[in-house]
Every structure is written in structure tokens, then in C-alpha cells.
Design a protein around this ligand. Sequence first.
Ligand code: COA
Ligand code: AMP
Length: 632
Amino acid sequence: MKYQNFYSRSIDHPDEFWLEQARQLNWYTQPKIGVSKDEYDYDQWFEDGELNLSYLCIDTHIANGYGNQNAIIYDSPVTTTKEHITFNQLHAEVSKLAGGLQDLGLQKGDTCIIYMPMIPQALYAMLACARIGVIHSVVFGGFAPHELAIRIDDCKPKAIITASNGIEIDRIIPYKPFVDEAIQKSKNKPEHVIVFDRKLGVEIPKKNYDIDYTTLVEKSSSIEAVSLSASHPSYILYTSGTTGTPKGIIRDTGGYATALKFSMKYIYGVEEGDTFWAASDVGWVVGHSFIAYGPLLNRNTTVLFEGKPIRTPDASTFWRVISEHQVKVMFTAPTAIRAIKKEDPNGDMLKQFDLSCLKYQFLAGERCDVATLTWTEEKLNVPVIDHWWQTESGWPMIANMVGVQLNLVKPGSSGFPVCGYDIRILNEEGQEVADDVEGYVTVKLPLPPGTLRNLWGNPKRFVAGYLERFPGYYFSGDGGYKDEDGYVFITGRVDDVINVAGHRLSTAEMEEIVASHKAVAECAVFGIHCNLKGQKPLGLIVLKSGDTFKEQEIASEIISQVRKEIGAVASFRDVLIVERLPKTRSGKILRKLLRNIADEHQYNVPSTIDDIAIIEEIKKVYQINKVGIHIS
Ligand code: COA
Ligand code: AMP
């Protein structure tokens, strides 16, 4: 077995394996050291190597004679714009913006937040930061000013790069006022806000800290990439954890570049020059790894799509983009396919397009249900590959490595461990479980290159959250099992993190907001099944006595508060008022039990429950209300 040999080599001889992969890149100083310990006694890769991501994504390809190849195809059905950007053009934009950032005083090691819609300038901003060693932190546009403020206070950016606006299906998203509001709320004020005016007639409120993006680029000179050590943080990406405070995942430079170059060839099966499309957003890890850095490192043309799978203008958009831009490999979330399938169940729209260019369809971001997988296989008639990973890993951990060997797809499974990931399923005591027995999904250390280095400003939380639960292993936070053939099945999170339409959210954070409403005595927010989005949050609320007559009003206030604080992306629209919540005798709310009852799954009643009668009560309320008070 080609895969088995390749995989075994990566686990048995990690240094040799990854140093060989590192040689596929044009480093300033080739590393000779594989894995070693950092100042926190945690594993790091290639500590003696020197490189620059922006240089590898742009300059190398120009030097090799590919300056006129398309680096980015920007396809925006929401503005009816299509733009082809060559590596030469990308170089001009990025190197001048980097010069502009430098003129503003940004230096290696400074941080910069990028809060932008899916426009080429978002990629230019990332690559310009990387060019001068400025650590970027891209914040997803669907997050509200409050969330942006939390991130500003955590990473203390010297500058924020933003745009006049984003565009959702039915409305304009005013980014600049959101940034102003976030700065007002935050304790650490950035020195500059660089604003790209999309010239769509959206008014940009003016502040003293504003710098016009276009003017900055026009007046600055193009600069060369700086040499950075492999362990230099390339970015911080915030993700939801089990508390209300997001975690700033730190990514290195050298390990990341090596892992992404490896992924493009061996996981996604694309060759240099091919067109690759990840239909995600630059605000998520998929956007970082497989819209921006991965394809560009591998000299692929990356598609930057500003739209939705449906209603921009209809459910044929994805197929049009694949066919028009000759996409060889595409990546999206199962939710997007479910949305298309709902609008076009027979796939009639797909038949209008010649999709012969497409070789593989990849899915990730949430569990892929079998119906979605089989529909996609039937309609596209190409291998449909579910694969599993996280913001923390930065690149796939379980997949069907089609660039090595296309293995049989088992519906429901994300495939086999990817090279470098020694996946182990452990029980509560940290022992490996037998085949088909569900447990905690962990990775035996060391992790391969490219995964998280630490948490920004919080090394203790890093150890507590990922390394302490099972010493010697990285704990993913997911549950799952392996079958007798070695296929891994991910069954879902074992903590308070939920996945709504492929977006990772913290129910603990929602719960904090719900609990702060003056009428709420106590509450529990947890994820329940949703046919379209996979999961959606449901809030169970016990009111302070005397307020029951205002249920609708209270629910509506709570729902808008969550939207205001976290953002529309939370999709928090369902509230259920109950008399009391099931708890253990020590007072812990039994969220898993509540979730299982709501989803009509089998459940065991824990012996520690304080009052068993409450289960019947809750069941009755669910049945009467089904989804409770829904505010759309
Ligand atoms: N900026 C501002 N608002 C945003 C946003 C952004 N970048 N992205 C989403 N939102 C808003 C949406 O407009 C929506 O607002 P609404 O409640 O007023 O309608 C809300 O956040 C929830 O968004 P979403 O969960 O995406 O639902 P939707 O109804 O807009 O679209 C799908 C449903 C299935 C079409 C959409 O979720 C989708 O394309 N999913 C694929 C997800 C994906 O690629 N994830 C990346 C992981 S790989
Ligand atoms: P994120 O960090 O936003 O990428 O979310 C990571 C989480 O999404 C994982 O911990 C899983 O819970 C879930 N996830 C991602 N991909 C898959 C998949 N293919 N199958 C099941 N769950 C997935």
C-alpha cells in the first residue's frame, strides 16, 4: 500500500520525512533541524530555517518565469465583478502595500488586524504583512464589533486594515463603522485604520486614525520580503473555545509553509499551475490555508469567491464557477451542498455546465452526513472526499490522501490519518480503545509541522486546553472511533463548541450573553440538529419569577443581544422557556442530556441527577414547542 508506506515513514522517521518535504520550498536558509523544543518545552519545527511566506507565494514564481500566470481569480456575483490577477500584478500590489505598512511604522513582530470581505485586498493585506514579518490576525466579517474589540484587546494591533463594506445577500455590511465601534469599546487603540474604499457608494465615517488604502499604496515604494526565522508567528487566528473568550491560535512560518506545500500535492492532488477553489472565507482557517497561502505557495491559481452557494444569484453558482474557471479541485462545507440540494434536489442546474475539469470535491468544516455525500457523488460523478481538521491544526489531520493513493470512500468516515498525525482514540483514563469503540480523538506528540505553536498571550491555557488532558497527546476536543480497517469516524465535539453552517462557535459565550439579561434566572445554550446548518444553538431559559407573561418580548431581546454581541453568524434564533433545568446534585447543568432529548437520541439518565421528574417536564416542553420561540 503506497499510502501505508508513506504514512508509516512520516510517523517512524518524522525528522527525515519533514526535512525532505521542507526541501520542496525555496528557503533563504534551508533547515537542518527537524523537530526540537521551544522555550515552553513544546515541539517546534525547523528552528534553524529562514524563509518568507510572501516571497514563496509570489516572488519565487516570478523568478521561475510564471509572472503572467493567474495567481487569483476574483469572482464576485454580489458585485458582478470578475478579475484575473497575475503573479506580477500580485507582486506589485503586495510589495507596495508592504512598503506602505512599513512607512506607517509597522515592523517585524508587530500585529495587525485584517477585517475585510472577500476581496483581493484581503489577500494583499495578508501577504503584505507576511512580507515584513508583521503578524496578522484576520477577523471574520460576520463577527460584531464586540467580538472585534475582544480580539483588538487581546492582540493589540498597531493597525487595522479594513474596507468600506461587505455585501451579504440582502444587505450591505458596513465594516468601517463596525471597526470604529470596536475601537471605541477596546482598551488598546490601534494607531492606524487603513480603509479600502470599494467605491460602492457606501459612506465611510472619518476618524483621525484613518488612512486611505489606495493612496497609501500609490505613494509607497515596493519593498523586498524580509528573511524570517521558521518559528516566527505568521498569524494569530482566533477560534471558539469552551469559555466566552476566544483563543488566539499562533501559527509559525516554516512548518506551516512546508505543511501547506505538502497538502496541495499529497492531500488535494493538485499540481503546480492547476486551479484550486476553497469556497470559504479568509476569516476562517480554510481561507488562510487554502484560499491564500496553500495554493499560492504551490503556484496554483486560487479562486476568491465573494458570494454564497445559493441566491447569488441561484443554486447554479458553484457549478458556473467550477466550469468557467476550470477548477480542478474544489473544497466547501457540507452545509453549502445541503443548501444547493434543497434548491435544486435533482441537480438540474448542474447539467447546464461542463464540469469535466473537476477531479475531486473535498468537504470539511463539520460532520458530513451520508445523504449529502452520496448526493454530491451522484451529481458530480467524481470522488467526494470528507476530511477532518481544525483551526488548531491548520491543515488536514484525517483525509483520503488522493495525491498519494485514492482509497475507497467510506460514507461517514473522514478517511485515514494524514502523514505526520498519529491519531489515537483514548478513553477517559487515557488508554487506547478497541476498534469501533468511541472515545476522545487525540494525536500522539509530536504534531507534524504547521500546527498551532501556542495561544497568543496565554501559554497556560494552551497547555490546559490541549496537552494536559492526556499527557503525551494533543487533545482535539472531538469524539470519534476507528473501524477495523483503520478508517476514522468523527462523531462530534465533546465540549461546548458547536458547528453552525461550518462556523465554529462557543455556546459558553452565547450562554454568558443570555444569562446577562435581567429577566433570566438561569440558562443553558447548546447545539441541536439543524437540517441545513448541521447544528444550531438553542437556549433554554428559566425566568426570574413574575416575568412569564412577557416571554415573547424577553426571547426577542435575548436573541437580538446575542446577534449584537457575537454577530449574525451565531444564528441564535431559538429560545425555549422552561420552569427549571436538569442538574447534577452538585449543580452542574446536564447539557448533553438536554441535547440528546432535543435531538431525540437515545440517552442515559445520569445517576447524579438531582430530580428525575424534570426529564419528563423538559420533554413535554420540547414536544409542545418543538423549537420554542423562534425569531427570524
Ligand atoms: N459578514 C457579515 N455577515 C455575515 C457574513 C459575513 N461575512 N457571513 C454570514 N453572515 C451573516 C448572514 O448574512 C446571516 O445573517 P442573517 O441571520 O441576517 O440571515 C448570518 O450571518 C448567518 O449566516 P450563515 O450561517 O452563513 O447562513 P446564511 O443563511 O446566510 O447562509 C448557507 C446559509 C448554507 C448558504 C451558508 O451558511 C454557507 O454558504 N455555508 C458554507 C459555510 C462555509 O463555507 N464555511 C466555511 C467552513 S469551511
Ligand atoms: P474549525 O476550527 O472552525 O475548523 O472547526 C473545527 C471543528 O469542526 C472540529 O473540531 C470538528 O468538530 C469539526 N469538523 C471539521 N471538519 C470535520 C469533518 N470533516 N467531520 C466532522 N467534524 C468536522
